[in-house]
Design a protein around this ligand. Structure first.
Ligand code: 3HC
Length: 311
């Protein structure tokens, strides 16, 4: 890229200006936005599967309605984000093809199973809690369409987190068996939720450039720490124990000291070997194949309408 153009572009970023799709941008900026927004969208779409698993098994009609609304929101978030990515010159079909072939990722958290109803509480409380921690700063990201998508998405995320915490409150103060299920869900979702923030800063290949371009507003470790500081008191309020014997408040730093996730497991999940990775991609491939007739019908219909117009 032309050094003068690069300098002018960086000055716009530093001045807090929004970059719009038709503006000049360095190829690297476009590329990493397609990567991050595309994978963010894939996470929303694949993220519906673990929860979808419990819609037919919800314990009450009200919980079924709430879970349905949440899963529907996730689908909408995916569509907003694919639209934002399309403004960068990549089609939704191309992005979907890269997800289905394993060339593009989705958030590691969704490669874990949801085994009991309490997991619906832990997912809303911890997974959506972590997503909020990561998405709120992204409302100020430099790329206009991504920032606007984030502003809309964040409005719905707090409902997602509250309904999850409400399930945890109900179960943690319920029968001993319910409390045991809530503790079991926390035990299984705690470390995978910490992994959502990405590898530790020393292993983060994109952070420095992404922060210079305001595609990322905080480092991975910063947001992970914020998440732990906010979530531990919530676990204590529930009377549940965070599964980390080394977790303890540090008066000097004003933060909790905590054990990092197992990074070997993290990178295993990223290479597609998570507990449910194969199942998730199979489900998405099946949905794509089963939906082919709808796409073909819609395209044929659009073609006919176009032909009528020009006749
Ligand atoms: N799962 C899968 N891949 C991950 C990951 C995770 N938890 N954390 C990091 N990675 C990948 C990165 O994508 C990158 O691989 P790539 O080059 O093939 O894309 C590699 O690990 C190195 O990580 P970096 O820290 O260098 O990468 P980033 O700077 O992109 O940081 C991120 C990772 C923090 C996830 C950042 O991409 C981001 O903020 N993305 C937008 C938010 C997002 O995608 N959140 C995912 C959850 S969305 C969700 O939960 C929906 C909610 O409604 C439930």
């Amino acid at each position: 890229d032309d050094p003068e153009k690069l300098a002018a572009f960086q000055a716009r970023i530093d001045a807090g200006e929004k970059i719009e799709p038709k503006d000049w941008m360095p190829e690297g900026y476009r590329k990493t936005l397609i990567r991050q927004i595309g994978q963010h969208a894939h996470s929303e779409i694949v993220g519906q599967l673990p929860e979808g698993n419990w819609i037919t098994r919800a314990p009450t009609l009200e919980r079924k309605q709430i879970l349905l609304a949440k899963v529907q929101d996730e689908a909408g978030h995916g569509l907003y984000l694919y639209c934002a990515a399309e403004t960068l010159g990549v089609s939704r079909d191309e992005l979907t093809e890269m997800l289905l072939s394993g060339k593009m990722k989705y958030s590691s958290i969704f490669s874990y199973p949801t085994l009991t109803w309490a997991d619906m509480g832990a997912v809303g409380w911890l997974v959506d809690g972590a997503a909020i921690m990561n998405q709120v700063p992204l409302q100020r990201t430099s790329f206009g369409p991504y920032s606007r998508a984030m502003i809309r998405i964040c409005k719905e995320e707090s409902f997602h987190q509250r309904q999850g915490y409400d399930i945890m409150m109900k179960m943690a103060s319920g029968t001993p068996e319910q409390k045991r299920m809530a503790q079991d869900a926390l035990n299984r979702f705690w470390y995978p939720s910490l992994m959502m923030f990405g590898p530790s800063d020393k292993d983060s290949v994109h952070s420095s450039q992404s922060m210079a371009w305001k595609i990322k507003m905080n480092t991975n470790d910063e947001l992970r720490q914020k998440f732990v500081d906010q979530t531990v008191p919530q676990a204590e309020y529930l009377g549940l124990t965070v599964p980390d014997p080394d977790l303890k408040w540090n008066d000097e730093t004003g933060h909790y000291d905590f054990s990092e996730p197992d990074w070997t497991e993290f990178f295993e999940v990223l290479s597609g070997n998570g507990p449910c990775s194969a199942e998730r991609l199979e489900a998405r491939n099946k949905a794509w194949d089963d939906g082919a007739w709808v796409r073909e019908g819609m395209l044929a219909h659009a073609e006919k309408k176009r032909a009528l117009k020009t006749a």
